[in-house]
Design a protein around this ligand. Sequence first.
Ligand code: IFM
Length: 451
Amino acid sequence: MANRLDLHEDFRWGVSTAAYQIEGAVEEDGRGLSIWDVFGARPGAVKNGDTGRIACDHYHRHAEDIALMRGLGLDGYRFSIAWPRVQPTGAGSVNLAGLDFYDRLVDDLLAAGIAPLPTLFHWDLPQALEEAGGWLARDTAYRFAEYAGLVADRLGDRVPAWITLNEPFIHMVFGYALGIHAPGRTLMLDALPAAHHQLLGHGLAATALRERGGQVMIANNLTPVRPASDGDADTAAAAAYDALHNRLFLDPLLLGRYPDLGAFGVAPDLGGSVRDGDLELIAAAPLDGLGVNYYNPTRIGAPTGPELPFTEAEIEGVPRTAFGWPVVPDGLRELLVGLRQRYGTALPPITITENGCSVEDAPAPDGTVVDQPRIDYLAGHLDALAAAVAEGVDVRGYFTWSLLDNYEWAEGFSQRFGLVHVDFETLRRTPKASYAWYRDTIAAHRAHWAG
Ligand code: IFM
């Protein structure tokens, strides 16, 4: 049976975070408003009225957080850059004080022997751009490319590779279709232009980054889709969901075309947003790497109403995270092997850019935080990843979500995903049992190859 120690010798180990979830300091050094500042202030939008005003205060405590990363023995750190720190209104010249923060962060990471892997957009759009239409507006794609170029001009001498977007599917569905996330729009299928404009923004930014010598990746939230039964109706529903969740964000990048969304009654121009030349641009330069964020598989059955061509079905008989998400480690192997079967040689090398779980963990009276369900989750997923590699999938690294307990969007601070516990009153960091486990796993993998 495949074992995580067998992951190849130069396999890279990391952790992932995102700006709005950890930084705080939302009014400092000229940062502009983001859609999450505005959305989070709406009564009822976020659990307990929590906001990212302070979050983990990483903006001021990044030295302590880098020391924690160093203690893990990481190769890389995936973080995101807050667009409103760099361009407070999403356009125009750079806010130098904002960009200086990331400049220092990159230098400090390199000094600690940790490679920076920045994501340029992890959902905190400048509010001024939202007021001009957000990702429903084509112009936002051009603004994004301009911002990407400005960041790469400053950091590109030390940052070899960039992730353009984080989880455009989740941003479109939660932010524009269902209104669960910022900007809180409830457009259902009319949200699809936000998918196309994000992908167009990726393509335009990719050009800007490549012109500056950078490698380009994107991080997609992907899920293996399992039909609720072998029957035709469930199988067709599962194919429709797969097209929306997975293929809508991979087919244009890897094959240069959108999947058939006919089951949704959607034409190939995605609500009139696709123009001549867009798909060529999106697929123009092959991706240097694909970031895969995996949490769980999805079980899909035939629709029960007229609105959508599918319904989500329960996955039974498996453990659940604190969030209620099913824990199915083999789903990661299934996903990766399925991607290779679907895309063949068009599939670039993969990095797992997120994987982890929320656990209801808290310090015991002796101060320790024993999060055994997280250790079990990570161990199972790393072995499943090793199984996919043994089946021939090219996976280069694994970045767990997340270093710190943080602001879990609409769930506020109620869902803890960190290897490190954060007390949101005192901001004290306490490494959990999973921190020691991850550190030892990385060390054991290195020792395995060294000797
Ligand atoms: O916290 C999020 C992250 O921002 C994006 N991927 C999923 C994580 C857990 O929900």
